[in-house]
Design a protein around this ligand. Structure first.
Ligand code: ADP
Ligand code: MG
Length: 331
């Protein structure tokens, strides 16, 4: 199969949106930006064996390559306009391509995001998606906006993808988990949900925001640095899913679960700060989107991150010694 029939068969879709003035097939696509809005642009590459285990199903790779990019738009409060896809493939394996494109379009169609172009080359498997979104400039939610007294929130639950990666790597010591719980954690790793509606709804409410890709501690650190503030974090408040809560109650389980929640990353939940005057609006959004939005800490003037568990200070050093569960690279 030549490159052009491959592109036509697996990636060309008729569906489009008003923003797309010219789609795939020319030298460049043409995109209209809503009046008064600015373009939000983000790109992320997934390299086989580095960002996902080599035995990851192609369907999941297609979904996730798009999801992690849409999650970046969500974290800016931007609405997706279109995406491009640069694919580097060792060979034109039709089963792989069919599953990959099905996974990719499962999310693209659900979010009504058109694929407007890309590139196809031969080489070690690697997938780069560029996502283009729009947001009124004054409403874009940056990392630098956190203010002293703001509350720190995280959406959904965190740490599930860390457990999912341990399962994907066939880590021992997790046999007690039910098949259902294993399925849940694997799905959280392989099929992250970009929180697009929430991200846009937080315009004018969140003062700073990002998506949790590298782990809560590191990612919160980005907000604190960019905003030149510190924070107090209440570890007992971290939103953990039922499987993680069960694991945490086992001997030595607590530290492992905290490690996943604080440093494994790959959860693609939104981490954001909100002024006290807007806390009720966050509660209302949790209802609207039927999604947990959990208050996990407060922004302080003193730089640095202070963690507390059961009323006592807690140090990140406690996370060490569990490196056999260590997560993937997130670069
Ligand atoms: P050019 O030589 O101008 O770079 P290509 O031959 O690489 O064009 O691609 C032809 C058309 O197909 C372009 O519109 C390009 O955007 C699109 N395209 C190529 N690969 C992909 C892909 N993997 N996904 C989506 N569109 C693609
Ligand atoms: Mg090209």
């Amino acid at each position: 199969m030549d490159e052009f029939s491959l592109i036509r068969r697996y990636f060309q879709r008729a569906d489009t949106t008003p923003a797309v003035k010219l789609g795939m097939g020319d030298d460049a696509a043409l995109l209209a930006l809503p009046a008064g809005e600015v373009l939000a642009v983000t790109t992320d590459t997934l390299v086989a064996g580095r960002h996902f285990p080599l035995d990851t199903p192609a369907h999941a790779i297609g979904w996730k390559a798009l999801a992690v990019n849409l999650s970046d738009l969500a974290a800016m409060g931007a609405k997706p306009l279109a995406v491009t896809l640069a694919l580097t493939l060792p060979q034109a394996d039709e089963d792989w391509l069919s599953a990959f494109s099905t996974g990719f379009f499962a999310l693209a169609n659900a979010q009504q995001v058109p694929l407007i172009g890309g590139d196809t080359t031969r080489g070690p498997l690697s997938i780069t998606v560029t996502a283009l979104g729009a947001v009124p400039q004054a409403l874009a939610i940056c990392r630098s906006g956190a203010r002293v007294g703001d509350h720190v929130f995280v959406s959904g639950s965190i740490g599930d993808a860390g457990l999912g990666l341990a399962l994907a790597r066939h880590t021992t010591g997790l046999q007690q988990l039910s098949a259902e719980d294993q399925q849940f954690a694997l799905a959280r790793l392989q099929y992250p949900t970009p929180r697009l509606a929430l991200g846009q709804a937080l315009r004018g409410i969140a003062t700073a925001m990002l998506d949790v890709s590298d782990g809560l501690l590191q990612d919160l650190g980005h907000i604190l640095n960019a905003s030149d503030v510190g924070a107090d974090l209440v570890l007992d408040a971290l939103p953990l899913s039922a499987p993680l809560r069960a694991l945490a109650s086992e001997p030595n389980g607590h530290a492992q679960v905290l490690r996943w929640a604080l440093s494994a990353g790959d959860d693609y939940e939104l981490l954001f700060t909100v002024a006290p005057s807007h806390l009720l609006r966050v509660e209302a959004l949790a209802q609207t989107y039927n999604l947990a939005l959990t208050d996990i800490g407060v922004i302080r003037r003193d730089r640095g991150l202070r963690m507390h568990s059961q009323g006592a200070p807690w140090h990140a050093d406690n996370l060490q010694g569990y490196d056999h569960f260590s997560s993937s690279d997130h670069d």
